[in-house]
Design a protein. Structure first.
Length: 67
């Protein structure tokens, strides 16, 4: 797995993912949307930490700097 998530993309994913996970615990959404938000937040955090998004190669996207 070659890294395809760049710095800004990674930061946005991490903040958005943590916000979604926090929102689940605060109770901002009603079930079943709690589960959807929690899973989406987990995926965003995981892809930010791994620096790899499995959808990016399929879409031909790479936000890492060249060089």
């Amino acid at each position: 797995m070659k890294a395809n998530v760049g710095g800004v993309d990674r930061a946005v994913r991490l903040v958005a993912g943590l916000a979604l996970i926090a929102w689940v615990f605060v109770g901002g959404l009603v079930s079943p949307w709690n589960y959807v938000a929690g899973i989406a937040g987990g995926v965003l955090v995981l892809t930010a930490l791994m620096r790899f998004c499995p959808l990016y190669p399929l879409l031909g996207i790479n936000t890492c700097k060249k060089g």
